[in-house]
Design a protein around this ligand. Structure first.
Ligand code: ADP
Ligand code: MG
Length: 743
């Protein structure tokens, strides 16, 4: 039934848009898919300069040194870098690459590259291909085109990229040729970070510094502790031609007008129960390309909305997982274009339909193969589990505000609190079983009372009984929680689909690092006071459990009661980004980041400016596109329709037809919408013209949130009302039902 409707609409749309949308859509099932008949292990990582590839291309000594540097985070000297560079070049050239690029993640939200050729002309005519250690280690891209929040203006006009050996180099296959990509950080000449990766690496280092001594309390063989990340990327796919027929999708990544299909999300199951052939081809193709790049993704079919899908990989170290997520987003665009599709990574491409998020599953792993958030099978491993588990909860309680700020963006404002994503209130869900465990610890660890050998041993044994070895299946799921423990990791669910995972990861690493630092001090103080170590640990944990009680919530996060209850508990509920970003600017936040060395004050300030500027820029674009579409597409269509009715009325009257009262009403209604739209867009021009005079980017953001954002709903309301009345033939845009049900 829906398909018939679609077909009819497509035909009219086809005529109306004077293009070949329908015929192309119907004739493109023959797009070639690049999937491979081979098993995945045959081509997994074939485009990655892995350790084993490195081993092949380097002498044993050099290889040993490089691995040591990578694994221990030591500095690589120029000599070694030279060997690595030439090994990379030989390997890349054997794959047909002719150039290389430093690949980095500036604060624009996308990735950036600056390509250089291996080819080096020589004056004596003996031209060669080369890649030197210097070129591998450091580059100076034209930094002026990337956001810097004023850092370079005040300090030094240059920025440079520096090799990050902890994330492997890879080959990108672009239409124009193959390129060796070197993951790098991007910093100003004076050393301030201008990207996501530099602070991410610092935060990983900081976390390890404080997590390792704690991990070693329970496992003396552990020499490394690394945070792990498994992300889940949601996205929408739309037909490329429909996309290009929608200025709002092209310019803003989301539809600014458009009325939701009659049944919205509960549309017939068969519509999104099975994946359309064309989408499936895209997925197979993407998965193949991702696997060649060593990204361990597994296709997920559990889309919630029509046209919405998800990819999720196996978890990896946070650093590599962040790179892989950025790479997949990049890859998705390129693979999609081969299938005449467009990927929408915006948090809310369609009003009234589920938005897209990016769950960040976070945990801590040791080089001895232990997941520190996994319940163990002995009293000792369970005490280890409780230690890390309770410290994470305490960290989130202490620093919920910076976590909230790290996921703030113009796009995510549409999701948080919209009854599909968690609210803007950060709380932690741990399930009834673990709630019981924490409660019983609280009950039995008496305040101020030292443990004797016996009570200590008893409690520890008890904990062992209370925490079943396999908790994974025991954790009940609460899909409404922004921060949920899911058996052996915490899942951060409030992250927006277009956010660079590094942003919340930097915060997680830093707050947990700072918390573990405090924990060690607290435990040591009790030990100095004569307490046995395990008793001291339990006593400190019980204090933390008590102190962080307010952050734990097991109920439905979508309800109004929770918002009230949260307010009573003094939990923050900052709903829009223009204000949530401010949570990075508090004294507490500044102290956290500067003490940990993750950000300097200058960096924080610069980043804030960039965040606000990004927000402002996005909203200005949206406002302009919205006003433009209303004036140049919607109003003219409405006027044409209005004229048709008027002409018809005139001729009816001439012919003596009397019963035209409803047509007159319709004519008046269309006229009203047109008037309102013209009035509102005029006001919008005036209000937004004043925005840029607000001085600091923060003030401008707050002005926009208060004065401009309310117009989106108003303008849209009239546009959507008109869309619902004007005939398909007259409507100048692809409608939701066209875009959401690609075949
Ligand atoms: P959901 O139910 O939310 O779809 P799943 O439990 O299927 O989630 O997803 C598991 C996700 O958690 C995967 O992306 C996986 O990579 C990740 N994950 C599993 N173990 C860890 C870990 N130790 N650290 C980080 N992420 C993990
Ligand atoms: Mg999930």
């Amino acid at each position: 039934m829906h398909f018939c409707q679609n077909t009819v609409n497509h035909n009219i749309f086809l005529e109306n848009m004077q293009n070949d949308v329908l015929s192309t859509i119907l004739n493109q099932h023959d797009i070639q898919v690049d999937g491979s008949p081979e098993k995945v292990s045959a081509y997994f990582e074939e485009l990655v300069f892995t350790k084993s590839t490195m081993k092949e291309y380097l002498s044993k000594d050099v290889y040993g040194e490089v691995i040591e540097c990578i694994e221990l985070g030591k500095k690589i000297n120029r000599d070694i870098a030279g060997h690595v560079a030439s090994a990379m070049r030989s390997w890349a050239m054997s794959h047909g690459a002719k150039s290389y690029t430093h690949w980095f993640q500036p604060l624009t939200g996308a990735t950036a590259e600056k390509h250089d050729s291996f080819f080096t002309p020589k004056s004596d005519g003996q031209h060669i291909e080369q890649f030197t250690g210097d070129a591998l280690v450091q580059q100076e891209p034209d930094a002026s085109s990337f956001p810097n929040g004023g850092i370079r203006a005040t300090f030094e006009a240059r920025g440079y990229t520096a090799w990050d050996p902890s994330s492997p180099a890879f080959i990108l296959e672009l239409k124009a040729g193959k390129v060796l990509c070197i993951p790098t950080i991007f910093i100003s000449y004076t050393g301030e970070a201008l990207d996501y990766k530099a602070p991410l690496l610092k935060s990983i280092h900081f976390l390890e510094k404080h997590a390792l001594p704690i991990a070693r309390m329970f496992d003396r063989h552990a020499n490394r502790v690394q945070p792990t990340l498994g992300w889940e990327q949601e996205y929408f796919l739309v037909d490329e031609r429909m996309y290009y027929a929608r200025p709002d999708l092209v310019m803003a990544g989301r539809t600014l007008i458009g009325s939701a299909p009659a049944k919205g999300q509960q549309l017939d199951d068969h519509y999104f129960g099975s994946i359309p052939e064309r989408v499936y081809s895209f997925m197979v193709d993407l998965e193949y390309q991702a696997h060649r790049l060593g990204i361990p993704i597994q296709t997920r079919h559990n889309e919630v909305a029509p046209g919405q899908y998800e990819f999720a990989p196996m978890f990896e170290s946070v650093n590599v997982a962040v790179d892989h997520n950025q790479l997949v987003i990049d890859l998705m665009d390129r693979v999609a274009s081969r299938h005449k599709l467009k990927v929408l990574t915006h948090e809310k491409p369609f009003a009234g339909i589920n938005g897209s998020g990016k769950h960040n599953n976070w945990s801590l792993g040791t080089d001895t193969g232990k997941n520190l958030l996994s319940p163990g099978s002995t009293p000792k491993t369970n005490l280890r589990f409780l230690t890390f588990f309770v410290n994470v909860i305490k960290a989130v309680h202490e620093h919920a505000d910076v976590l909230r700020a790290s996921i703030a963006s113009a796009g995510n404002d549409h999701r948080l609190g919209a009854n599909e994503a968690p609210p803007a209130i950060i709380s932690v869900f741990i399930g009834s079983h673990l709630t019981g465990v924490l409660d019983s610890i609280l009950e039995r660890v008496e305040k101020g009372k030292k443990f004797d050998e016996e009570s200590n041993a008893n409690l520890k044994l008890d904990i062992h009984k209370m925490i079943p070895y396999v908790l994974l299946d025991n954790t009940d799921r609460n899909r409404t929680s922004p921060f949920a423990f899911t058996g052996n990791k915490f899942e951060i669910r409030a992250v927006g689909s277009s956010t660079n995972c590094a942003s919340p990861m930097i915060v997680m690493n830093t707050i947990v690092g700072a918390q573990l630092e405090a924990f060690k001090k607290d435990v040591n103080a009790l030990i100095a006071d004569g307490e046995k170590r395990d008793g001291a640990i339990l006593r400190v944990l019980s204090r933390y459990i008590e102190e962080s009680k307010a952050i734990r919530f097991e109920g439905d996060n979508y309800t109004e009661e929770w918002a009230k209850e949260a307010a009573k508990r003094k939990l923050s509920n900052v709903k829009d980004s223009a204000h949530a970003l401010g949570l990075f600017e508090t004294d507490k936040a500044i102290k956290l980041f500067t003490n940990s060395g993750v950000f300097s004050e200058v960096e924080l300030e610069a980043r804030q400016e960039i965040n606000y500027e990004n927000y402002n820029l996005k909203l200005h674009i949206e406002v302009n596109v919205l006003a433009d579409m209303a004036r140049t597409m919607v109003v003219p269509a409405a006027i044409r329709y209005q004229k048709k009715i008027a002409d018809t009325l005139e001729s009816l009257e001439k012919n003596g037809v009397k019963s035209t009262s409803y047509m007159r009403k319709e004519l008046a209604l269309i006229g009203e919408h047109i008037e309102c739209l013209l009035e509102l867009t005029g006001q919008l021009d005036e209000v937004s013209a004043k925005a840029s005079s607000k001085g600091h980017a923060r003030d401008e953001a707050r002005y926009i949130a208060k004065n401009i954002i309310p117009y989106f709903e108003k303008v849209r309301g009239h546009c959507d009302a008109l869309e619902a009345r004007i005939s398909d033939a007259e409507w100048p845009l692809p409608k939701y039902r066209d875009m959401l049900f690609i075949r």
